[in-house]
Design a protein around this ligand. Structure first.
Ligand code: HAM
Length: 413
């Protein structure tokens, strides 16, 4: 019979890796606690319409990357390609925003996009998603950027560059869009096929096309930030001043338009030089019109999502983190010691210690080898001599010190 393999672009997170995941998720929860963000767990499946309307029909995600299916009742549903739209839906549906009080939320979990898998790009991937609803202040934009920076830095990723831009608002962006479309239209022949398609539907996306020819065309075109209205300009200055005052480095990047249609004003991305082509570990921005476009009240929003696979890929190259190791390895050297060893393990684990053991008697040499492989701090040996004296021999694998402890002296451990 042929074996069954995982679906392309869907990966197992193996025991040898899952501890890093926990470390990253614990750090996310720690930051959320310190910044006063609460967890909202939204479903993995939503109505297709939520993403089509929320992210924009002309985005790559909605055009060609969604996992959409019809359920048995005939409803069109989609595996979430991102979390923002679902959170906005929940905030509207459950009426979560109290006026005058910003609602700070986070969500951790898997997302699904039908993209071509490559290093740092999968079809099932995971995000830490952070959102703030109900506050238009530039301090909130700065707060989420600072949270993101702290998240990355505290995990040990200190090579990240924060790129920052403003996309303007529905008042000022159309003028820029018009000027850009005219500029691109005059140089159509130089654009790549993707950008030719984008020209009518989503010309701003041409700005972040990676093709050299397209970059050359946009290099001498109009610059987004030159077209900001006074309110958007003031908002941008508010964000940059706050970041500067904190000493947080950023790079202004007028090409940063992002791949989703809901953004207005601030957009940002964190890039790591350790990642190659897919260098964005996180991205986000402000989306003040999104709530209304999904049928809700006029609630401003801002947030980001960090890609955990990419983060972990980068982390694995910095090697600052190590897997947790057992406190003790129980080396059972004789069949008769199995019972007492089992009892000892139970007591030590109840005390909160991490204890590894194999429930089969083996030679001292093989057991020491195993303890070493596991990286245990100490080995507890139980052989015939120890059993007769109702004690164990403890060896510290670091200092090589060795001593005897009574089996009844659990407090010692
Ligand atoms: P996004 O830029 O589409 O934004 O995704 C955020 C991050 O998720 C990316 O920077 C990347 O690290 C990771 N990511 C995206 N696609 C993949 C993939 N196929 N494989 C691995 N990692 C991936 C959003 O999703 C917005 N919802 C962010 C946001 C929240 N904006 C406002 N609030």
């Amino acid at each position: 019979m042929t074996t069954i393999t995982a679906v392309r672009g869907f990966k197992d997170i193996l025991p040898s890796e899952s501890w890093i995941w926990r470390l990253v998720e614990d750090k996310a929860r720690d930051l959320a606690r310190r910044f006063d963000y609460q967890e909202l767990r939204v479903p993995i499946l939503e109505r297709t319409e939520l993403f089509a309307r929320g992210l924009g029909e002309a985005t790559d995600i909605v055009e060609k990357e969604m996992y959409t299916l019809e359920d048995r009742g005939g409803d069109k549903i989609t595996l979430r390609p991102e979390a923002t739209a679902g959170l906005v839906r929940a905030v509207i549906e459950r009426n979560l925003v109290e006026s005058g009080r910003p609602l700070r939320l986070f969500c951790l979990g898997p997302m699904f996009r039908y993209e071509r898998p490559q290093k740092g790009r999968q079809r099932q991937f995971h995000q830490l998603d952070v959102e703030v609803f109900g506050d238009p202040s530039p301090y909130i934009d700065a707060e989420v950027i600072v949270l993101l920076r702290d998240f990355l830095f505290e995990l040990g990723l200190n090579d990240v560059v924060m790129r920052l831009n403003s996309l303007g608002c529905p008042k000022c962006r159309p003028t820029f869009r018009e000027k850009l479309t005219a500029h691109l239209g005059a140089r159509k022949s130089e654009l790549c096929p993707d950008c030719l398609r984008r020209l009518d539907r989503n010309p701003l996306r041409v700005l972040d096309c990676k093709a050299e020819a397209c970059q050359a065309v946009t290099a001498d075109g109009p610059i987004l930030t030159d077209f900001l209205c006074p309110e958007c300009q003031e908002h941008m200055t508010g964000v940059t001043t706050t970041l500067k005052d904190l000493g947080l480095d950023y790079v202004l990047d007028p090409r940063l338009v992002r791949g989703l249609d809901y953004y207005a004003r601030t957009t940002f991305e964190a890039h790591s030089s350790l990642l190659g082509a897919q260098s964005a570990v996180a991205g986000g921005g402000r989306y003040d019109g999104l709530c209304q476009s999904l049928g809700g009240p006029d609630i401003p929003g801002v947030g980001f999502a960090a890609g955990l696979e990419r983060l972990i890929l980068a982390l694995s190259q910095t090697q600052t983190a190590t897997a947790p190791k057992p406190d003790y390895y129980l080396a059972v050297l004789t069949q008769e010691a199995l019972g007492p060893a089992f009892g000892l393990a139970y007591k030590l684990r109840s005390k909160g210690l991490a204890v590894a053991a194999d429930w089969a008697a083996g030679s001292l040499k093989s057991r020491l080898k195993r303890a070493d492989r596991l990286g245990a701090a100490k080995v507890v040996m139980l052989g015939p001599d120890e059993l007769a004296a109702n004690e164990v021999t403890v060896r510290d694998l670091g200092s090589k010190e060795q001593f005897k402890i009574s089996l009844t002296n659990i407090e010692w451990f």
